[in-house]
Design a protein around this ligand. Sequence first.
Ligand code: GTP
Ligand code: SPV
Ligand code: MN
Length: 626
Amino acid sequence: MTLLDRPRTTGPVPVVAARTAAPVAERVAVRPAEVQAWVAEQAALLEPAEIVWVDGSTRERHELLQLLVANGTLEQLNPDLRPYSFIARSAESDVARLEGRTFICTDDEADAGPTNNWREPAAMRAELTQVFRGAMRGRTMYVVPFAMGPIGSPMARFGVQLTDSPYVVVSVGTMTRMGDAALEQIARGASWVPAVHSVGAPLAPGQADVPWPCNDTKYIVHFPATREIWSYGSAYGGNAILAKKAYALRIASVMAREEGWLAEHMLIIKVTPPTGRSYHFAAAFPSACGKTNMAMMTPTLPGWTVETIGDDIAWLWIGADGRLRAINPEAGFFGVAPGTGLRTNPTAVDALWGNTIFTNVATTPEGDVWWEGLTDEKPARLTDWRGEQWTPASGRPAAHPNSRFTVSARQCPSIAEDWDDPEGVVIDAIIFGGRRASNVPLVVEARDWDHGVFMGATIASEQTAAAEGTVGELRRDPFAMLPFAGYNMADYFAHWLDFGRRLRRSARVPRVFQVNWFRKGADGTFLWPGFGDNARVLEWMVARVDGQVGAIDSPIGSLPTPGGLNVDDLDLDEATMEELFRVDPEAFLAEADDVEQFFASFGERLPAELQRQLALLRGRLEAARG
Ligand code: GTP
Ligand code: SPV
Ligand code: MN
């Protein structure tokens, strides 16, 4: 077996996306003058030793992977167990998104709003010029053109990321449509977002590199007016794969507001009941709150299928037919590893059979990967995410809680045939969710779109390891977009309300639901089995969409009638069912006080409709308290 096995050519699912490289002469010809001028300008600032234009070919990916193994950034896993797959162990200081170092630079601070870190653009530019000067010395600067959304879709958007991290290049290669095809669209006149990324670790002549170069000083900076992104010091996930959160959410949310569409932190699924008629759902849950798992769900209900369209980001718009449509702008999954197991998510486990880059998981003595929840039984001996020896007695997690896998969407066995349809899919319902140990019931339906916007705007969730901060701490995470809205969140709420008005004018308005898979009992364990059993909640939603079942009116929205939720074959006693759906008016009145405070932070800018919804909620809660 050679060190780097070529991707296998036969198997149950396609190997790395087959891309064909154009002949070199042709590739050079396609480089747009505007991009070339920008690259030259940035090179003068960044001072890289070399510039490489990335073409997106399989051969190029292979060479980059070889380079990363030689550098020690990646280690190849045992090809007999995990073909053509690799593990990266990051620096201990570079393991998650950094919200405290994420900035929105607008002329007027109020345009960034109270939920964003604002910086004055000229001052930030001056600061960044200092920080980025010579940042790529001794390193190769990669020019990485990419498309978000299927090329040819009216929704496709383009960008070019400069980076000095080959690990980031291969990650962008999986997560986007990277290379010549995107550059060609730019050459034909498509507008593009410039994104500059450096790990911030220049090399002096002769200086040895480290496996995971990064810098203790970090910046993830957005200039919405000029649609620019600048990222420094990190090579981890959303900090560095700038097409993802920085572009497809923060910058895209600004574009979407101007152009009348929505850029959202949502999964998209296609649900098919035994009747054979399919429904599409888009669901927004905060980071590490269940999107990838729901997107790849294996329903426990006989005859039901759930297919994957996207697992993290959705771009939604009103189609020519007046219906709400959505695409997944990404091309791969950057998924949370811990908790992903054969029992919880066999589809994801299947998708990871090979051609996968793992970051900060543990490895077995046989050269395969492991993380908490992959198997029920812990292996006797592992190398943990830091590279240290680990046994079950070590008393610490073997994999970092925010360890991740990076894999192509095409490799997912549940990927829908039309997942990359340029026209997107028609959305029948929108779901908001969060991680709430108490108060919030398993499922509740909004009374109408505006009430649904109020639900989305007031979602609170316990913090996870996906970003810095205290895990478990409750915070408002409106629309799961707290870290991702590129403009004032109050204006974002107004945009959602306005979008509803436009939907009402032209066609059917999707239903809106709120879910909580994470309510806990007095013993601290989850009340609801979750994962594949979440299909039972989808079954109720489908029946609601079709107008086939009634609901109980509660102060916070419509709940399933007794027996309305199919819990056949589940071992749930009466008391558990009651607790899953219990709506405590006192607890929700306290929530309402908290929401009032949250809303107050937006001052005059908060849409009056949301204050009205809050007043209505309080009225209903007080009536229920009796
Ligand atoms: P990001 O990629 O950070 O945006 O996260 P995500 O929203 O895609 O979350 P993901 O599906 O990766 O789930 C995060 C964690 O929640 C994992 O450890 C899962 O095992 C766990 N989880 C997901 N769905 C459920 C569920 O229905 N019930 C329970 N108890 N845990 C779940
Ligand atoms: C999230 O934090 O919501 C993620 C992971 O999807 S990252 O790409 O790092 O933002
Ligand atoms: Mn996410």
